[in-house]
Ligand binder design. Structure first.
Ligand code: FUL
Length: 505
């Protein structure tokens, strides 16, 4: 009997040692995990506006305008890839209603243009370039259509908009994102009516049914919209998530985001999310490489510099959000030289900065390891560059500490922390100390750790030992990554101006 009890005890402690912590709060879907790993992508605006020099076409533009001398999806997607981006979102139709693919839903499309004598299909070209270059693809088909005579009537949604989505979802391979935007309603051409048409955007598009099509036809794509459902808008077009930014969110103000016109109301809730949000709905930061989304020659000298892009990277990707950078191919159908140069220099610096984790090879000592199971839950998992292996603590230990002995002095100015978000967003606050002159000195603090948290230090830190202190967590932790990096020096891009020119539309 005694032995049986002992055996049972041993068995239960062994099982406990194997047991993963219970997930905390809302959890990401497979599509959202894929999106988080994608991290950076580019949204590409090219169409009639490129030729009329506008940002929002009225809808009466002639398809004859689309006659690029040298359209090259390879050049555009290749430049995005060189910038370190992992995917693109093609603006297949903007508010002007012109479709860049040969759709059956409207005459207002590429087949009526001189491009390839009406045989062109820009979406197909992007798909092929993405496949060749190993890039993911997504689409944006503007719900607001200033060309369509039916816009405002139910038939527009059922016979045109949804059919367009179906064409895009069935003919261009697997998509990682379906991008939806809130700007809609207002004046337009509308088949010659030239009038103002207002709709109630929360009901007109029948989102439940519309998104049902996405779910069915592209089950692995996330749906981006002002307030989700899978990825939320960050609430500004400056590319900045909040210093504290939760992946969880409860949408309660469907119109709190973008308004028709170019004015946006501030939505700090999208910027920071909600700690106790009901849904897993992380933020996307959309911002353009130039002041406008479409190409304007007068903005050739206002391309964001690699340094500006790097700051945006820390403020978006580094805060658990995604960076969606707007690219604007010009009238030839390619990105111009400044854009390509800036992307390349930015990509190089990212690659060089994150090539070596200076903490790799360090000896980690944790104040607690779940079930003392070093292999499964030990801190060595922090250094293996896998987002889902992790260091975890016993259920009752919420604020553990970890010391990493690097055995020799290392100099760093970027710290990376990641949680295994398959178990939810758990850690609310953590600090990092460096061992200096015989004592610990706090060098950084961060909130809302989540899928990816980068802390850029103002000054370099040189030390051979660092300590991580989890300050606040409602449950035991599941931290997957600890990285120390030294930001690389910029290659010479002195030909590029800093982005000081104010936007001119
Ligand atoms: C906005 C649109 O109104 C802009 O023209 C642009 O497409 C941007 C990405 O989204 O809502």
């Amino acid at each position: 009997m005694k032995y049986l009890t002992l055996l049972l005890l041993l068995f239960s402690s062994l099982t406990f040692a194997q047991q993963a912590p219970k997930p905390y709060g809302p959890l990401p879907t497979l599509g959202q995990l894929n999106w988080q790993e994608t991290g950076m992508y580019c949204i590409i605006h090219w169409g009639v506006d490129t030729y009329t020099d506008k940002e929002w076409g009225y809808g009466d533009e002639s398809p004859g305008l689309i006659n690029p001398s040298n359209f090259s999806a390879m050049q555009i997607v290749g430049a995005a890839k060189a910038g370190g981006f992992k995917g693109i979102v093609v603006v297949a139709k903007h508010h002007d209603g012109f479709c860049l693919w040969p759709t059956k839903t409207t005459e207002h499309n590429i087949s009526k243009s001189p491009y390839k004598n009406g045989k062109g299909d820009i979406l197909r070209e992007y798909r092929e370039a993405c496949d060749k270059l190993g890039m993911k693809m997504g689409v944006y088909c503007s719900p607001w259509d200033r060309n369509s005579a039916l816009y405002g009537k139910p038939e527009y949604v059922t016979q045109i908009y949804r059919e367009q989505l179906k064409e895009l979802y069935s003919n261009y391979g697997p998509l990682f994102i379906s991008w939806h935007d809130g700007a809609n309603g207002g004046d337009g051409y509308y088949g010659g009516a030239r009038e103002e048409r207002k709709i109630d955007r929360s009901v007109y598009y029948g989102w439940d049914e519309t998104w049902g099509i996405t779910r069915k036809m592209q089950p692995n794509a996330v749906i981006f919209g002002d307030v989700g459902p899978d990825v939320r808008w960050v609430g500004n077009e400056r590319g900045q998530a909040g210093e504290t930014s939760w992946a969880t969110y409860t949408p309660h103000a469907p119109d709190a985001g973008k308004k028709p016109g170019n004015g946006y109301v501030k939505d700090y809730e999208g910027t920071e999310g909600h700690r106790d949000g009901k849904y897993w709905m992380p933020a996307e930061c959309d911002v353009s490489l130039r002041p406008g989304w479409f190409y304007h020659q007068r903005q050739d000298d206002s391309v964001k510099t690699p340094g500006a892009l790097l700051r945006l990277y820390y403020q978006s990707v580094g805060r658990g959000a995604a960076l969606d950078l707007g690219l604007s191919p010009d009238r030839t159908g390619q990105l111009s030289a400044n854009d390509v140069a800036s992307l390349k220099a930015f990509g190089d610096i990212l690659k060089r900065t994150f090539a070596v984790n200076l903490a790799k090879g360090a000896t980690p000592t944790a104040s607690n390891t779940r079930g003392r199971n070093q292999a499964k839950f030990g801190p060595a998992n922090l250094l293996d560059a896998d987002r889902y292996t992790y260091w975890s603590t016993d259920d009752k230990v919420h604020t553990p500490q970890l010391i990493l002995d690097m055995h020799q002095p290392q100099t760093f100015n970027v710290i990376r922390l990641r949680e295994n978000i398959k178990l939810g967003q758990r850690i609310e606050e953590a600090a990092i100390d460096a061992w200096q002159n015989g004592r610990w000195k706090e060098v950084a603090k961060a909130t809302s750790i989540g899928g990816n948290r980068l802390i850029k230090l103002d000054n370099d830190v040189t030390t051979s030992k660092v300590r991580l202190r989890v300050i606040k967590s409602p449950v035991c932790i599941a931290l997957s990554d600890f990285g120390l990096y030294k930001e690389a020096k910029f290659n010479d891009v002195s030909s590029l101006m800093d982005n000081k020119t104010p936007p001119k539309f």
